[in-house]
Design a protein around this ligand. Structure first.
Ligand code: GLU
Length: 442
């Protein structure tokens, strides 16, 4: 008994800043996203004193499907691509989450990402569980025809476990509305009827929602505005740097600039640019459309990720991949607000460093939940055969995001914990409430 409560305490404090700065295992910083999310969930389960079995159920996905997708390449040869779909838990509703195309996708990563989706939806009060898919591929190396065959092949494998009431894919890293169009077409053909509600982030003409493309970035900016307000800061005139200039990073940068924030630095996979007076984000976007990277833009070139994380600025937005704020980059952060637009950008060490330095962190599972929120709106529109205006979508998104921010902030104040821990507490508590109501835990 005493041992158990000691263990609980140990876990509960393992992510706090009083702990030794470095969390290492076998001499290596903990960076496996699955391990990171499991630890955070365990802390929340223990803090909430949830019944026996809660963590056992939550600690891994209920299903992970691993598939091999054959594609006939343009040169006539065949290649097999490995893909995954993870479904974490469906206690609040069908599983939901994007599909990423990336050469470094792993099963553990997809599992962790599906768990983050469960938490995101729970925090936003959306009736979904978490899902996530990934294909090990560099899409830039494929022709459009090859990419289409790959996307359709993935859906053929997933068909038995997909559906508007089962599991609903959407865009993620390197996947687009166009790809969602192929996916929804493949699924509908297999079913012999139109099933628009089984993929979100579709082109508008196929039942996609107004505002979905911008939704994640828009939500990020709503949470930054809330954070600034809590800190008594004025958004206008603040400076920001953004890591990643894909869908989420570029929309975030654009909307920050619209609000009078000076976006001084941006990096992407190809390089980085810096301009102390603020970059012209629209102009940079036009450049990137042509060149595929920010690198080489005017004479602002040569801004590294290292410089980005240690930049003298008010807002830092990691909008790329996992494990960017680490034992190495975390202590260098000077920004007042870190808005985690990416999923899992921070390791436990990176988190401890930011906490120690009093950085206001908007955790990923709150910060980037705008995407799944508008995906939910899209699914609701598909189900009711109605189409909302962009203004309606954006207003509802604003209401949902500010409410979620408020819920997490209140938990932070109540329990005197970090925003991240508070977000996990809110998410895990709601999932556990549903588990209790279904009789899964007593
Ligand atoms: N891929 C996005 C995310 O990580 C959106 C998922 C969705 O719309 O279902 O939240």
């Amino acid at each position: 008994m005493a041992e158990e409560s000691n263990r609980k305490k140990e876990v509960a404090h393992s992510l706090k800043s009083e702990m030794p700065a470095k969390e290492v295992k076998d001499g290596v910083e903990i960076s496996n996203p699955l391990e990171i999310v499991q630890r955070l969930i365990e802390v929340a389960v223990n803090d909430l004193d949830l019944p026996e079995g809660t963590f056992e159920i939550l600690k891994k996905p209920k299903r992970i499907m691993k598939v091999s997708i054959p594609v006939r390449m343009d040169d006539g040869t065949y290649r097999e691509f490995e893909g995954f779909r993870s479904q974490h838990i469906d206690v609040l509703g069908p599983t939901k989450g994007g599909v990423r195309f990336h050469p470094k996708v792993t099963e553990d990563e997809v599992a962790a990402l599906s768990m983050w989706m469960s938490l995101k939806s729970a925090i936003l009060g959306i009736p979904y569980g978490g899902g996530k898919g990934g294909i090990v591929v560099n899409p830039k190396e494929l022709s459009e025809r090859e990419l289409e065959e790959l996307s359709r092949g993935f859906i053929r494998e997933l068909e038995p476990i997909m559906g508007p009431e089962k599991d609903i894919p959407a865009p993620d890293v390197n996947t687009t509305p166009e790809i969602m169009g192929w996916m929804i077409d493949e699924f509908s053909r297999l079913k012999g009827k139109n099933v628009p509600g089984t993929v979100t982030g579709k082109p508008i003409i196929l039942g996609g929602s107004e505002g979905r493309v911008e939704a994640t970035g828009r939500g990020v900016v709503f949470t930054i505005a809330e954070a600034a307000e809590r800190l008594g800061l004025q958004l206008e005139g603040m400076t920001a740097v953004v890591q990643g200039f894909g869908n989420v990073g570029s929309v975030t940068a654009q909307l920050l600039a619209e609000r009078g924030v000076k976006v001084v630095g941006i990096t992407d996979a190809g390089g980085g640019v810096y301009h102390g007076d603020g970059l012209d984000v629209e102009d940079l976007l036009r450049y990137v459309k042509e060149k595929g990277t920010v690198s080489g833009y005017r004479d602002f070139d040569g801004f590294s990720n290292d410089e980005l994380f240690s930049a003298d600025c008010d807002i830092l937005v990691p909008a790329a991949l996992e494990n960017q704020i680490t034992a190495e980059t975390g202590p260098k952060i000077k920004a007042k607000i870190v808005a985690e637009a990416a999923n899992g950008p921070t390791t436990p060490d990176g988190n401890a460093a930011m906490e120690q330095n009093g950085v206001f962190v908007i955790p990923d599972i709150l910060c980037n939940a705008g995407g799944v929120t508008v995906s939910y709106f899209e699914w609701v529109q598909n189900t009711t055969h109605l189409a909302w205006t962009e203004q309606e979508v954006n207003e509802r998104l604003h209401t949902e995001m500010t409410q979620a921010f408020e819920d997490v902030f209140r938990m932070k104040e109540q329990k005197n914990v970090s925003m991240r821990e508070a977000a996990y507490l809110v998410g895990v508590e709601r999932i556990a409430d549903a588990m209790k109501a279904r009789g899964w835990i007593k």
